[in-house]
Structures are given as C-alpha cells and as structure tokens.
Ligand binder design. Sequence first.
Ligand code: MN
Length: 261
Amino acid sequence: MIDKTRRTLLAAGAAGAVASALPARAGQGAGRAPGGFVFPPPETVSLAIEGSQDRFPVRRIHCVGRNYLAHVRELDNNEAEPPFFFQKQRDMIVQTGGRMRYPALTEDFQFETELVVALGSGGFDIAPERAHEHVFGYAVGFDMTRRDRQSDMKAMEKPWEIGKSFEDSAPCGPITPIARTGFLTKGRIRLEVNGRTRQDSDLDHMIWGVRAILAELSKQVELAAGDLIYTGTPEGVGPVERGDRMVANVDGLRPLEIEVV
Ligand code: MN
C-alpha cells in the first residue's frame, strides 16, 4: 500500500518537479533507514528489572487522577467524584539516576510521587479478583505536573494535557517483580527533596486499590503487557526547582533518584 502523501510525492518526483526540493535521503532508496522506514523508527523505551539482566519494554503510560483523599482535599477537588484516568507517552520517562529538564510554560513545576504498576498481560474487562494475574511488578514513579497550566485548563474545562504530558514528565525507577513483593495493598510511600521529607503516606490510603484500578481502566481501554499505571499521589505535592535532588521510596522497591536541571 502506498498512502496518498507518498503517491503524490512519487508522482511529482517522477515528473522531476520536487526532487531537488526534497532532502537528499528522502528521495533515494539507498539512503533510507534500515527496515524500509523513511527515517529510523523511535527507540524502544524500557526499564530495568530488579534481579534480572532483562528489561521491561514500555507500551503505554496510564495515570490515575485523585486517588488519595488527602490529596483530593489539598487541591480542593470534589471528594465525592471517583478517580479517573489520563495518559502520558513512553518517551517522557526519565530513568533513575537521570536528569529531568525543568519544562517550559510553567512557574509551578510540581512532583507527585506514585506507585507504578507494570503489567505483564492485560485485556478488556479484567475482574478485580484476577487483577494480580496481570501484574508483572512495581516501581516508584513521578507524575510531574505543570500545576499552573493544569489549573488554567481545569478552570476552562479543557483537557489537562499541557499540565501533565510533556518531556521528562514521567520519571520511573526499576521494576521489582511481583514474585519478590507479593501483591501490594499497603506500604510506606515517601519523597525527599534535598534530604527533606516532602511526601509520606501509605499505599493503603488509595481510594481505588490496584484491583479496582485494573478493573476500571480495562473497561475503557484494552490493557496489555508493557503498560505502566501511575496509581495517583498522596498529599504533600509541591514545587521543585532546578538543582533539586529528589529521592522517592516505596517499601520493598528500588528508589527513584532524579536531579532537576
Ligand atoms: Mn498524579
């Protein structure tokens, strides 16, 4: 199959009209990327796995909004409304030990420390009592947020994307397999910035636990191996600045260490 754009280009190229206007590589078969691609395909994004040389290839990033009551209250949101979902892109991940670039378009760049669930399988309409069968393991993540832009969009009743989905907005630590942790329903979750504790809570305060999250999310999209789910932040969210050093821990998991640059 040749799509309309390529067909148009090929037709024009055959007439000799645009050959000189195209970048040299685009018009020449020999200069194309390996595999028949017009340019190199995106790199596979993956995470380290604790206790293994293998890596976990990332497919999608789902995030849960408003999943801890104390956080719902600190941002003055309606506590009667259930949690909900939004997405980030896999190339927004920063690996532990890495540098997170302070983004454009904000003066209020905030952390949200979250348990990340990594899926080894998926499907639609996952029953809560079978959710554990789909969990590959867990990691610690940051759902980084342009809080000022998120607030603007909330006020305008528009989608959150500018506040949530941007370069380096999804740092994530190594994955610890569920065989090592068991199915997590509790455990301390905390963040230190420059050695000072900023968030300190417990996973058992989640409104939707991991079973409910998988059940609810799989009603609206098909989950699959490689999906990451950032399960929402406890209270204490706040801003970071360039030069800050962030260290987040969930009991039993490898820490996530990030520098803001
Ligand atoms: Mn969040």
